[in-house]
Write a new protein. Structure first.
Length: 141
């Protein structure tokens, strides 16, 4: 039986660095294409503006704490119960998806700089089990 675990989340610097690098590259890609200059420059400016907006939004995210109580108890985020919790792993990255009290789907990701190996193991043990995939019928009806 998994034990109760409080797992903090905070914004990672890695996605911020990636966004900071990708923003000028997006503008450069538009300008390096064979698009007519009259359309390329405004599109490059839009790409930079969108990249800066994404960077600011990610940088302003506030830290929070997820609590996985285990034993079938509902998970909570900063004291509020959340539903339909799903945790997925891609190597050292952990992606959490849930529904808030308004029914909106929310997502967060733990990067290696925000989730050390000991906490990663604690999260794996405390998080709800993933839903098993349904087996397709092996024969036609």
């Amino acid at each position: 039986m998994p034990a109760r675990a409080e797992i903090p989340w905070r914004p990672s610097r890695w996605p911020l660095a990636i966004l900071a690098a990708m923003t000028p590259l997006a503008a450069f890609a538009v300008l390096a294409s064979e698009m007519p200059r009259i359309a390329a420059w405004p599109l490059a400016l839009v790409a930079v503006g969108h990249g800066v907006a994404l960077l600011r939004r990610e940088a302003r995210r506030s830290a929070c704490t997820f609590v996985f109580a285990g034993a079938g108890a509902p998970a909570s985020l900063d004291g509020s119960t959340i539903a339909d919790v799903a945790l997925r792993w891609r190597g050292p990255l952990a992606f959490l998806q849930w529904r808030d009290q308004d029914g909106a789907v929310r997502r967060l990701a733990w990067w290696p700089d925000t989730l050390p190996p000991a906490r990663r193991r604690e999260l794996r043990l405390a998080a709800p089990d993933p839903q098993a995939a349904r087996r397709a019928a092996s024969m036609a009806p």
